[in-house]
Design a protein around this ligand. Structure first.
Ligand SMILES: [Zn+2]
Length: 87
């Protein structure tokens, strides 16, 4: 069975934000917005594992692409650190 997940962190906690635009989703876990991917459970777990190990690198990369969002990315990074420390 396939599940729709966030391509960045592998979370299935995603929300369809614009009914007129099927490809715009929002992830409640990492604040990703954009198209989601449909994968099987095993791939989802792999993405989640990759994300938890590399989230800083991934977010740093995102930062390069969206330099205007410097502050919010740092805030997001901090937020994620707290989130993952609790787990
Ligand atoms: Zn996500």
């Amino acid at each position: 069975m396939k599940v729709k997940i966030c391509p960045r962190c592998g979370s299935s906690d995603i929300k369809w934000i614009i009914p007129q635009n099927w490809s715009m989703w929002s992830c409640n876990n990492c604040s990703f917005t954009g198209p989601v991917v449909e994968v099987d459970k095993q791939t989802q777990e792999e993405i989640q594992e990759y994300w938890s190990k590399n989230k800083k690198k991934i977010l740093a990369k995102t930062k390069e692409n969206t330099e205007e969002d410097d502050l919010s990315d740092e805030e997001l990074d901090e937020m994620l650190d707290k989130l993952f420390d609790e787990k």
